[in-house]
Structures are given as structure tokens and as C-alpha cells.
Design a protein around this ligand. Structure first.
Ligand code: PLP
Length: 366
């Protein structure tokens, strides 16, 4: 499915019912089953109009065939489920902890083998492409905002049947379109920027090839990893404003990242939009925008970071990211994150007035 419109128009216009008298918005259809004789019988196997609207919008943005899931992790689990026993899986060293935990749990049961490669090591990824059954890339990465040279890695020859996934949650299809570069799948936690309001859990996997989309639809049906009707409805409602939200939050993030980098209590800022980011040149070349997530390290270690998290007022001390409201947390306080710098704070920048956000951060930094 290719969008004939500019992406910012497609995400407003796509997936709406057509015809005289049709409602402009796709209705929330809370149905498990449908009367015989039509195109669907049972929602878990055949879908609902509400999830299909979400699939239409996201599929067009990514330029592929989308399959909606109950969460980003449900989408990831469906991808791993496609692997043959004994498969070789390659993950980045910096990667969303849930995906790492999923991969390690399967490896511990002997289901597959896992290797970890730094995102920056393009040659190692290119070599891995020739051997791996699943290459899982995340760029920019969570939470260190590292980048992979996706254009180079996606173009490297792959094992037949090898699947290359890009977790595109941080960039969104408005900043980066992995399928165009040659990725097999672009995967989203729609819980984050696509939904945009911290009011739902959903995931989407978008495939370049129809056969892979079909395999994922089957995996979803068998695992029952289907999105809820309300969640799909809210995700469609949320994605309508993605272009505006992203633009505003990104502008805010650039300002906050620059100011944080100059603050005496801040030891280091990780943001692809800063010239000090080690991969800033790659970011300029490969991303349309630098995203809404910043991470930074404080002078004074974990205690200083905990104090900051406790003192912010407008910015909420909470996990997750991608909502209209700004939030932050100290990442190494979470299970499975002990490898991160102890004072690393991940800040999800929202759409508030940037001066209010800065005043809050400055006061909390003390
Ligand atoms: C949150 C997140 C996920 C998991 O998504 P859920 O919707 O929470 O299941 C996957 N990848 C990234 C980069 C995330 O931030």
C-alpha cells in the first residue's frame, strides 16, 4: 500500500469510511463476531473495521502492509514466533529492554541463539546480514539514542528468508521509512508516538512483502494478540495529529537538549540533533527530524537523578514516552537496565510551551 499523498495529509485522510451518508470517522466496532455471508466471521481471525483503519493509516505511512497488535511487544513476539528452531538472532547492544528480555527468554529455552552488536558497527551488521535469521535494529535506540546506518545495513545481502526488522517507534514513519531502504519490517509500539496520549497499548508491524504480513496475521490469530476495539479507535484518533505533535515536540526537544548540554549539573546529553552527538552527521543525513526523546547524565550520580525526578512538577515522573505530556525517569532504576550509566535520565518531550518545560527542569536541577 503506497500513499499517493504527502504523509502529513495521508495520516489525516486515510482509513475513513467512504460513500454517501458514511460517518467521517471509522466507528468503534466492539464486535467479536459478524453475521455469516459477509467478508468476516470472527474478529480474532478476520479483523474489525476499527483495526483495519489503523492498519490502513500506518501501512500507507510506512509504504507496506500493516498488521495491528495488542501492544508493541505483541508485535515483537509475533516476529520472533516466525523463526525456525535454532535460529540466529542479532540484537543491538542498546535496545528496548522488553525485546531483549523476550530474546533472552527464548534463548534460555534453546529456542534460538542471540548475538549482540553495537548499532554503530555497520560492518558487523553487514556481516551478520549474511548469517542471521533475524536482525533486529532499533534506530534511534532506547534509551541511548544511538543510530544505525540503516541505508547501508538494509542494502547488505541477507540470508534467504532472513528478516531485517527496524523498530521505528522513536523515529516514526515521518522521520524515517525503513521499508524504502530495504528492511523487511518496520515495527512500532503504537502505545508511544502513534497513539500520542498515553491512553492505550497497541503495536503495529508493517511488512514490505505481502507474504510476511500474512504470516504475521496468522501468528496474531493463533496467539490471540489482537488489538482491543477501543485501543485501535484511540490510536487512529491519535495518529491524525502525529505530524503536528511531532513537529512541536521535536522543536521543544532541540531547545531543551541544547540548554541541558550547557547546564553545570548535566554531565552529558544524548540527542541526535546536537552537534556533539557522535553520529550527528548520520542523523542529519538519514532522519527528517531528530525526535522527541532526549537522555542525559547528571553530575552527582543516581542520587542526583532521583532528586531531579522527584522535583519536576509540570514534567511527570513516569515511565513510557511519546505522549503529549512530557515525562522522565531514571532508566537504570528499572530491571534489566543495570548496564546503563546510573544517572541516565530519559526525557520524553511533549507539546507544552518550551519555556515552561525549561523552567521546570531548571528549578528541579537546583
Ligand atoms: C515501548 C517500546 C516497545 C514495546 O511496546 P509496548 O507497546 O509497550 O508493548 C518496543 N520498542 C520500543 C522502542 C519501545 O519504546
Amino acid at each position: 500500500m503506497k500513499s499517493p499523498l504527502k504523509l502529513a495529509s495521508w495520516l489525516v485522510a486515510a482509513g475513513r469510511p467512504e460513500g454517501p451518508g458514511a460517518p467521517l470517522n471509522t466507528p468503534l466496532v466492539p464486535a467479536s463476531n459478524f453475521a455469516r455471508g459477509g467478508e468476516r466471521t470472527y474478529a480474532r481471525s478476520d479483523g474489525t473495521p476499527t483495526w483495519e483503519a489503523l492498519e490502513t493509516v500506518v501501512g500507507g505511512l510506512e509504504g507496506g502492509e500493516a498488521v495491528a497488535f495488542a501492544s508493541g511487544m505483541a508485535a515483537a513476539a509475533a516476529v520472533f514466533d516466525l523463526l525456525p528452531v535454532g535460529a540466529q538472532v542479532v540484537l543491538p547492544q542498546d535496545c528496548y529492554q522488553g525485546v531483549v528480555a523476550l530474546a533472552e527468554a527464548g534463548a534460555a529455552r534453546g529456542r534460538w541463539r542471540v548475538a549482540r552488536v553495537p548499532l554503530e558497527d555497520t560492518a558487523a551488521w553487514e556481516r551478520a546480514c549474511a548469517e542471521a535469521d533475524l536482525l533486529w535494529l532499533e534506530s534511534p535506540s532506547n534509551p541511548l539514542l544511538r543510530l544505525a546506518d540503516l541505508a547501508a545495513i538494509c542494502a547488505a545481502p541477507r540470508k534467504p528468508e532472513g528478516i531485517l526488522v527496524v523498530d521505528n517507534t522513536f523515529a516514526t514513519p515521518l522521520n524515517q521509512r525503513p521499508l524504502e531502504m530495504g528492511a523487511s519490517l518496520s515495527v512500532h509500539s503504537a502505545t508511544k508516538l502513534i497513539g500520542g496520549h498515553s491512553d492505550l497499548l497497541a503495536g503495529v508491524a508493517v511488512a514490505r512483502e505481502a507474504a510476511l504480513a500474512q504470516a504475521l496475521r496468522k501468528a496474531r490469530e493463533l496467539a490471540g494478540a489482537v488489538p482491543g476495539a477501543l485501543e485501535a479507535f484511540l490510536a487512529v484518533r491519535g495518529i491524525r495529529t502525529l505530524a503536528l505533535r511531532l513537529e512541536r515536540a521535536q522543536e521543544n526537544a532541540q531547545v531543551l537538549a541544547s540548554r541541558l548540554a550547557q547546564h553545570p549539573r548535566v554531565a552529558r546529553v544524548h540527542y541526535p540533533g546536537l552537534p556533539s552527538h557522535p553520529q550527528h552527521a548520520l542523523a542529519r543525513r538519514s532522519l527528517k527530524g531528530f525526535g522527541t526523546i532526549i537522555s542525559f547524565e547528571l553530575e552527582g550520580g543516581a542520587d542526583a537523578a532521583d532528586a531531579l525526578c522527584a522535583r519536576v512538577r509540570l514534567i511527570r515522573h513516569a515511565t513510557s514516552l511519546g505522549g503529549v505530556e512530557s515525562s522522565l525517569e531514571r532508566r537504570s532504576a528499572l530491571p534489566g537496565q543495570a548496564h546503563l550509566p546510573p544517572s541516565l535520565v530519559r526525557l520524553s518531550v511533549g507539546i507544552e510551551d518550551v519555556e515552561d518545560l525549561w523552567a521546570d527542569l531548571e528549578a528541579a536541577l537546583g
